[in-house]
Design a protein around this ligand. Sequence first.
Ligand code: ATP
Ligand code: MG
Length: 259
Amino acid sequence: MGATIAVLSQKGGTGKTTTVRTLTDVLRRIDLDVLAIDLDPQGNLSDYFDVDPDATPTIADVLTGRADAPQAIHDDVIPANLSLAEAELMLAGKMGRELTLRRALKPLRERYDLILLDCPPSLGLLTVNALVAADHALLTTEAQYFALQGVEQALEVIELARDGLNPDLGWLGVVFNIADMRTRHSRDAFASLQEHVGRKLFASSIRASIAYAEAAERAVSILDHRPDLGADYLALADELLARLKLSEARMRLKTLIEA
Ligand SMILES: Nc1ncnc2c1ncn2[C@@H]1O[C@H](COP(=O)(O)OP(=O)(O)OP(=O)(O)O)[C@@H](O)[C@H]1O
Ligand SMILES: [Mg+2]
């Protein structure tokens, strides 16, 4: 019930937000109740879901104790905006700062089948809060040579969260994102990552396409904008559901893919 997944990467621009956005969409289409939470002061996820920029309360209010998490849900999204940067600073001076999100999300876990957390591009306090609140971590990486380095750094932070505050945190795997498998560069990067992380690397990588920027700009899902490309995320969702052992949902996804 209410498995919580933190989507993170050490680097910026690895497709975290697009992954949260699109997986949420796929999973909702097979009747799962999914809550998407924006944990990035850039507020990209909130934009991608077309949340009113003035919507309040936001995740910043939740983390600073000004609102309860259920109040901050707007159409199954908890949005963020720049005020989250300030909230992070405030949080830094508090006792139990790493546990704040975990405590805040507790009442929501029973209301949702899945909760997806979109982390900012750093391994700081917000990402640590996400890892402490989560049952699983999901890494994204851009398809290039330095991918491995970023993945290793993110894994160290996952290890830290496990050692201390969240010993049950699982690692779902790495999504190889924004890939052009026609190039040798991408194929080599994939192979080198696979050598190091083995089956933790999702077999379904996400192809690079300008269509993602277009879809983001129009706040529509890639599944509607370019279903041919969206197929990558359907395949990824299938692997994800298998790893989460959600076999009934996986059957429904199969029906959706075949439709
Ligand atoms: N498969 C893809 N192919 C091409 N471009 C993509 C793809 N996925 C995402 N993008 C684009 O890459 C940029 C970064 O994507 P996204 O915002 O999802 O990454 P992020 O990791 O969340 O970034 P940040 O670290 O800044 O939060 C966006 O402009 C997005 O539209
Ligand atoms: Mg992002």
